[in-house]
Design a binder for this molecule. Structure first.
Ligand code: SF4
Length: 463
């Protein structure tokens, strides 16, 4: 199978031996207890599983009950270079570069997500998503701050109304992990905020007054940084609006902090269905037992889970990676929904791939795995133009009567259209389908192969 990877090896990483993590004070989420510190453990005592290995490398003395407490994870996010260098081996020059980048685009990683990084691999796909790169500012003039023009479509603070029947409620700008490819990267500079009750009320009022809105998407930042109680307060009010049919939640917590999807949260969701949850797995290394349990809890609570991944250079830009990712998603009952072309956001240019890469990936997946595992590849147009799905071209030629179609193996088939005019003529003269496609094939210089008398008109062409 073809590989479209554009990843390059750029450096080797020095090893570090000891580390500790300090408390973190920038947490704006509700009900957060104060920070605790963690002690480094001997790497020699690593168990075999990859996820557990990195966890044990640094967090062995953290009891499972603490490790699985999402508030502990959230509070102990790594947000400074000094903290980061205790875990990730960095050259001094690299450290200086990252420090420079974080002045513009800050850093935040949960201990759980950090534990997924393979420390010896500078091209690790989790690392590329979470650790700042100098390219964010070196190529910083390329792209736009707000490529989707969400500002232009904001009807009240925190409410984007672009499509007639749905709205996007941005309830906070806080995320447990700051993904380097984030479309809302410009929001990171404004400090952490959560919408005030009066702002939420203004957004709800707008929804109440616009009866065409049948779908409300709660997003951020990541809305799950709010306490379950605060989320319930918002969701219960949305559910009381009669014309709102579905509520959608956009969150990356199942990927970066799956412990957040606890029983309390799932029990709350069951009260306000139908609720759909869209999450954002980008690589199969993110599919861990913890993530699978979180998705299982959601599905058992009646919440279908869809995945919206972003195509990223050197992270998931091969057919093999996408097939592995999407098949792993299906195994944990998550539907691969969209594969997004990375938006033209300032500070993300180094992670963007040419549009053709996405189309070739979809072409390479089709036929090699079930259709359920194939997401729709989408470009979200600048200036609020909306999403455009892009597909490989399977239609080689077309007339009113017939099409010339290419299948996943590159074989070419004639396909008769049920054209009423043709049917009438056929009934009158009782002749086989005309040779329109034959004339299309005439100059194509393609070997033909018929499938026998029964469907002699269905010519198979090997390209
Ligand atoms: S979770 Fe989503 S909103 Fe938050 S930083 Fe990542 S991509 Fe951006």
């Amino acid at each position: 199978m073809k590989t479209l990877s554009v990843a390059t090896k750029n450096q080797t990483t020095p090893r570090r031996e000891k580390s500790s993590i300090g408390s973190h004070n920038g947490n704006e989420a509700d009900d957060e207890p104060p920070g605790e510190s963690v002690t480094f453990c001997n790497p020699e005592e690593e168990p075999p599983s990859k996820t557990v290995t990195t966890r044990y490398r640094f967090f062995k003395h953290i009891p499972d009950s603490t490790w699985n407490d999402w508030k502990w994870q959230f509070r102990n996010r790594i947000t400074t270079i000094d903290e980061l260098t205790k875990f990730i081996p960095l050259f001094p020059e690299e450290r200086d570069q990252i420090r420079l980048v974080t002045k513009k685009y800050p850093l935040s990683i949960t201990p759980y997500y950090l534990s997924l990084i393979s420390l010896d691999d500078p091209d690790d796909p989790i690392r590329k998503q979470a650790i700042p790169s100098i390219q964010e500012i070196a190529m910083g003039s390329m792209g736009m701050e707000d490529p989707l023009d969400e500002k232009g479509d904001s009807v009240v603070p925190g409410l984007v109304h672009r499509y007639p029947d749905r709205v996007l409620m941005v309830v906070t700008n806080i995320c447990p992990v700051l993904c380097r490819h984030c479309t809302r990267k410009k929001e990171w500079r404004n400090g952490g905020w959560v919408r005030t009750p009066s702002e939420v009320e203004a957004a709800l009022d707008y929804i109440r007054q616009h009866k065409a809105i049948r779908d409300v998407i709660i997003s951020g930042g990541d809305p799950l940084t709010l306490s379950t109680q605060r989320l319930e307060n918002i969701m219960s009010k949305i559910r009381r609006i009669q014309h709102v049919e579905i509520i959608r939640i956009g969150t990356r917590f199942p990927v970066v902090l799956p412990q957040r999807i606890d029983n309390e949260f799932c029990a709350m969701l069951t009260k306000y269905g139908p609720i759909w949850l869209n999450t954002h797995f980008n690589h199969y290394h993110e599919i861990t037992p913890e993530a699978a349990e979180a998705c299982d809890r959601l599905v058992r609570s009646g919440v279908p889970v869809n995945n919206q991944s972003v195509l990223l250079r050197g992270v998931n830009d091969t057919i093999e990676t996408q097939i592995k990712l999407c098949q792993s998603l299906l195994r944990m009952k998550v539907r691969p929904y969209y594969l997004f072309q990375c938006d033209e956001v300032q500070g993300t240019e180094h992670l963007r791939t040419p549009v053709e890469v996405g189309i070739k990936i979809i072409e390479g997946m089709r036929g090699h795995t079930s259709g359920l595992a194939i997401p729709t590849f989408v470009v979200d147009l600048p200036q609020g133009g909306g999403k455009v799905p892009l597909q490989p071209n399977y239609v080689l030629a077309q007339t009113e009567e017939e099409l010339l179609l290419k299948n996943y193996e590159g074989r070419v088939f004639r396909y008769r259209n049920p054209n009423p005019q043709t049917r009438r003529e056929e009934a009158e003269v009782a002749t086989p389908v005309s040779g329109v496609v034959d004339s299309l094939l005439a100059g194509a210089d393609l070997p033909l192969e018929t499938k026998g008398e029964v469907d002699a008109n269905r010519v198979v062409v090997r390209s």
